[in-house]
Design a protein around this ligand. Structure first.
Ligand code: SRM
Ligand code: SF4
Length: 570
């Protein structure tokens, strides 16, 4: 017998929010505090922003009985991560004038602004709207920013997946006008106009929902880490349709093995014209069957494991005019971005700018903010943000390539990186992330410098190996699908995971628990030595550690914890 379980607190907040309005507008007028009302801080996520406080200052302000140093993080919605030079200049201006002076590229092909004071929120949103950008549904229990392979080199294919990303994003957007009312001052919906949410429902989805579109052989979007994925199937250089994946997700909680990262299953194939309908069908199955009592069990991956994959696929098919067909063959090679310059046949050029952990600002030796400003001022091409926290300066006409090259050199942006660093990602973590248990973005660069010294000893400095660090087990840099994963436990202490596949098709496994920087270097150095000596031709590090028996292969989320002794399960 099914026992009725109470709805989670967030469900009640959504229910009484009047389609995401809550009392946010009123909260903006309260100048005596830098914060918003508690319930509203859940609703603001649907508007694309989070209330945070500076954790570097938390203890000191607590001692002095001062209010926390509240500020806000705002995330944009940019399907496929493409912005024009004019939009880039507007983003930069807002970062300098309304936020903390940095632009943070995220693992979902968009921009985050940090350190925004309450009084600056409205002007920031309006500044984005002025250049046709917004933050609607960038966070919250909705479909988040839709990401797509960042590959302007394959111009037609890139155009097709970008346009699908925009279509899906628009189709699944909340219909409420709350964002426009609160931030742009649009007149309230009144008298006879009944707003509704035909797809998401009036209490939206049970949890966040993420979609990625990949063009093989690139798996830069980590399609298996997405709730819903589309893998382009090519025939004679054209996309004829997509394999559909479902049930990916990274988040877990230390010590709770009923939470786990999960790689998505390939559930079928659809023609290109049916992809939006498939997205709607999967989203509405999750809307109707997802767990609305326990938010730690509410992602699509748990819905699928609870229903069983076959039942889930049958529910999706019930909602489709054209049923899913059997999946077609595809091959992935890498989750990384292309490197450096590449040219189209007509000489149009694209340059992938390496952005360490996505943070754009001026350092003495690497003046990225200014360099990108100067390039944007040329007003040519596009900026394409990648799911690896990098940016492609795309579509530079042949006549201007030299100028861009010179600007890159002038600002220290053309230096080459080693194979570990260029394949690294770290989440934001401290000081802004309220959930961080350890450093990530501020620590990974120096750890990599130490690991590079080891790699160099074994002639592996230029070998591409993925390494990803997060400050907690939520998995924002997708550490459980990288060859080396580091997940924060407490300050300075991490769990070390190994054995993910370079092309992102396999989860890794816990190799060492509770190691500090010295412990990480000590654990990895002998493995680098063994890899250098014993690897087969073209064998990737992640595949090697599995073949050589250092870790067992993980097939599904459910066996993620399986080879751990009970004391490792915490
Ligand atoms: Fe994330 C929560 C940052 C991508 C899984 N994530 C957060 C918050 C908002 C913390 C919070 O809830 O208070 C972090 C804000 C930190 C800050 O100060 O900026 C945060 N997540 C990020 C970003 C900025 C990491 C980065 O360095 O780039 C990424 C923004 C993406 C975007 O533009 O939309 C980011 N987060 C991811 C990803 C990767 C992805 O989407 O491909 C994941 C893993 C995939 C997944 O969702 O399963 C991810 N974030 C989470 C989770 C765990 C969700 C779960 O199912 O358990 C949380 C916590 C939560 O939702 O309860 C979280
Ligand atoms: Fe914060 Fe954890 Fe996400 Fe890192 S992984 S940004 S610490 S929630």
């Amino acid at each position: 017998m099914d026992i009725e379980r109470p709805l989670s607190a967030n469900e009640r907040i959504k229910e009484k929010s009047n389609l995401l309005r809550g009392t946010i507008a009123d909260g903006l007028t309260h100048v005596e505090t830098g914060a918003l009302a508690d319930d509203d801080t859940q609703l603001t996520k649907f508007h694309g922003f989070y209330q945070q406080d500076d954790r570097d200052l938390r203890a000191e302000r607590g001692k002095q009985r001062m209010e926390k140093a509240f500020s806000f993080m705002v995330r944009m919605r940019v399907p496929a991560g493409i912005v024009t030079p004019a939009q880039w200049l507007a983003i930069e201006k807002l970062a300098l004038e309304r936020a903390n002076g940095t632009i943070r590229l995220t693992t979902r092909e968009t921009v985050q602004f940090h350190g925004i004071l309450k009084g600056n929120l409205r002007s920031l949103m309006q500044g984005l709207d002025d250049v046709q950008l917004d933050t609607i549904a960038a966070c919250g229990d909705v479909n988040r920013n839709v990401i797509a392979t960042a590959d302007p080199w394959r111009r037609d294919l890139h155009a097709q997946v970008s346009s699908l990303a925009r279509e899906i994003s628009a189709h699944l957007l909340p219909r409420t006008r709350a964002w426009h009312e609160i931030w742009l001052g649009e007149e309230k919906v009144s008298g006879g106009v009944l707003e509704d949410e035909p797809i998401l429902g009036r209490t939206y989805l049970p949890r966040k929902f993420k979609i990625g579109i990949a063009i093989p052989p690139q798996n830069d979007v980590d399609v298996f880490a997405q709730d819903l994925g589309f893998i382009a199937i090519l025939e004679r250089g054209h996309i004829v349709g997509y394999n559909v994946t479902a049930g990916g997700g990274m988040g877990m909680t230390h010590g709770e093995p009923e939470t786990y990262p999960r790689n998505a299953d390939v559930i079928g194939y659809c023609d290109r014209d049916d992809a939006v309908a498939v997205a709607e069908a999967v989203v509405t199955v999750q809307r109707d069957h997802g767990d609305r009592s326990n938010r730690k069990h509410a992602r699509l991956k748990y819905t699928i494991d609870t229903l069983g994959l076959e039942h889930f696929v049958a529910l999706v098919n019930e909602r489709l005019a054209v049923k899913l067909a059997p999946p077609r063959p595809f091959v992935f090679e890498s989750t990384g971005d292309r490197r450096g310059w590449a040219e189209d046949k007509d000489g149009t050029a694209h340059f992938t700018l390496f952005v360490e952990n996505g943070r754009i600002h001026d350092l003495p030796h690497r003046r990225m903010m200014t360099g990108l400003h100067r390039i944007a001022e040329l007003d040519v091409g596009r900026f394409v943000m990648t799911a690896n926290q990098n940016i492609v300066i795309a579509d530079i006409p042949k006549s201007l390539r030299k100028v861009v090259e010179q600007l890159l050199a002038e600002h220290g942006l053309d230096d080459a990186q080693g194979g570990l660093r260029r394949n690294a990602m770290a989440c934001v973590a401290l000081p802004t992330c309220g959930l961080a248990l350890a450093e990530s973005e501020r620590y990974l660069p120096e750890l990599i410098t130490r690991l590079e010294a080891e790699l160099d000893r074994y002639g592996l400095l230029q070998t591409d190996i993925t390494i990803r660090m997060t400050g907690c087990p939520n998995g924002c840099a997708r550490p459980y699908v990288s060859e080396i994963g580091l997940v924060g436990r407490t300050p300075g202490v991490y769990n070390l995971y190994l054995g993910g596949a370079h092309e992102g098709v396999r989860l890794n496994k816990l190799y060492r628990r509770d190691v500090d920087g010295d412990g990480i270097v000590a654990a990895l150095s002998p493995l680098f030595a063994a890899y250098a000596e014993q690897r087969k031709r073209n064998e990737r590090f992640g595949d090697f550690v599995v073949r050589a028996g250092f870790v067992a292969e993980t097939k599904t989320g459910l066996d993620f914890h399986e080879n751990l002794s009970p004391d490792l399960r915490t």
